[in-house]
Design a protein around this ligand. Structure first.
Ligand code: EPZ
Length: 415
């Protein structure tokens, strides 16, 4: 199993570009199944989750060819609507196939996507939305069987602004008969990207980015060429890494409007941040003040940056409190950070962090994607060397994170 050997005590300086966003590319790849043509997607990051989605699409009959960061997808020959359990278990995001396969074939059978390290990950909101559009869904013995004579537009109101459920509802509604209104919709930028993708194929979707999205069903969607938005979570991780190590870094190819909540917290901590065009410059002072963080649906502080931010707060002055309101079990990085000398107490969904002067390098293991990223950042500031094992978790969602950090002055060896 590959690991990272991270040398501590570095400072990050220079310029770095972020990759395309995993959490925009995955639903958009699934959405290509709604058209019968050729779709060209640019800036698709090379990640394990993306490769897994490619495998599922190929199994369904699509041709998916990668040319660098471009995917050429041909869905003419797609006939499959049954996704085997092994592939479903591999990746939670396969639940995104519910909407498009229902939208195109009016039937789909997939095994329950199951939970993952950060929580049980139910799909009740996905199912409620699809039933509102006319789907009949049976769940049992680990499988979901969905079918619909036809999908008809309707009003959907979510109990919680679920990102995936909002995206699945959009994908099922875009070819439905009539108009769909989704209320209490998730407002994440990746949902705006999905809307823009649909509209580039002749879809008629509006309101994404607000809590009310409307979709006028169309008869079909045509081929398109589309550029995936930059990854705001990767950009936020690099900003936090710079704030931890000190230094002066410019992050290019990022829409800073997606990161207001993160930049605000980093300024409260003591960093100086400047936005210019599609770049963000962070100048990190050596003073790091402790702050309180509460993760919330967008535009609140993103849960995907909770773990990297917790790493930073372990070496901030004073006491910080983090409340994780989105997922049930998203503090798996705490035990590993404690082994590096951090002082953290977790009660339920709240972590109390007492800043220490320094962490010490040791052997740790990445428990999940974002916790793995957090441990790499901790290794950058720890005294001595930190070995981060099970980096396959990190490769699921960060495209060659070690190369990006090394280009800024880190010393990370992948072994
Ligand atoms: C998406 O997951 C992202 N994944 C997650 O990123 C991200 O953390 C999350 O949104 C929140 O922003 C992708 O886009 C592939 P949710 P998703 O539905 O859609 C509960 C990463 O690290 N819920 O908004 O699964 C759920 O249990 C990943 O890149 C229900 O109760 O998130 C959770 O507590 C991790 N019933 C909360 O809502 C449902 O039917 C948020 O889930 C659906 C969700």
């Amino acid at each position: 199993m590959e690991k990272f050997i991270v040398t501590g005590g570095v400072q990050l300086n220079g310029c770095v570009q972020v990759s395309g966003a995993k959490n925009a590319a995955l639903p958009i790849m699934a959405a290509t199944l709604l058209s019968h043509g050729l779709t060209v997607l640019h800036d698709v990051p090379e990640l394990r989750d993306i490769a897994m989605m490619q495998n599922i699409m190929k199994l369904l009959g699509a041709s998916v060819v990668r040319e660098g960061h471009t995917l050429v997808i041909d869905t003419v020959a797609v006939t499959g609507t049954d996704i085997p359990e092994a592939l479903m278990r591999e990746m939670r995001a396969s639940v995104f196939l519910l909407g498009p396969l229902l939208g195109r074939f009016h039937q789909v059978r997939l095994s329950y996507p199951g939970g993952c390290a950060i929580g049980p990950r139910p799909i009740n909101l996905h199912i409620k939305a699809l039933e509102k559009l006319g789907a009949h869904i049976k769940e049992g013995s680990g499988y979901i069987d969905a079918e619909a004579k036809k999908l008809v537009g309707n009003e959907i109101t979510f109990d919680f602004p679920s990102v995936g459920a909002t995206e699945n509802a959009m994908m099922a509604a875009v070819l439905a008969e009539g108009t769909t209104v989704i209320r209490n919709a998730a407002r994440e930028p990746e949902i705006v990207d999905l809307q823009n993708f649909f509209n580039s194929m002749g879809g008629r979707v509006g309101g994404a980015g607000t809590d009310c999205i409307f979709i006028r069903g169309v008869k079909s969607l045509h081929s398109t060429e589309y550029q995936i938005m930059p990854d705001r979570i990767e950009a936020g991780t690099l900003l936090i890494a710079t704030a931890m190590t000190g230094g002066n870094v410019i992050i290019g190819n990022i829409n800073h409007a997606c990161l207001f909540s993160v930049m605000d917290k980093l300024q409260e901590i003591g960093s100086v941040i400047e936005c210019r065009g599609n770049a963000i410059r962070i100048k990190a002072e050596n003073l790091r003040r402790g702050v309180d963080i509460k993760t919330l649906p967008y535009p609140g502080f993103p849960t995907d940056l909770q773990a990297p931010m917790l790493s930073l707060l372990t070496i901030a002055k004073g006491t910080s409190i983090i409340s994780e309101t989105i997922f049930e079990n998203r503090f798996k990085h705490v035990d590993e950070l404690t082994r590096m000398g951090a002082k953290i107490k977790v009660e339920g969904r709240t972590a109390v962090i007492r800043g220490v002067d320094a962490l010490s390098g040791t052997c740790v293991a990445a428990p999940d994607l974002r916790a793995g990223g957090a441990l790499v950042l901790a290794g950058l500031v720890a005294a001595g060397t930190t070995i981060v094992d099970e980096v396959y978790h990190i490769d699921r969602g960060y495209e060659r994170l070690e190369e990006k950090l090394n280009s800024l002055g880190a010393i990370i060896l992948r072994k």
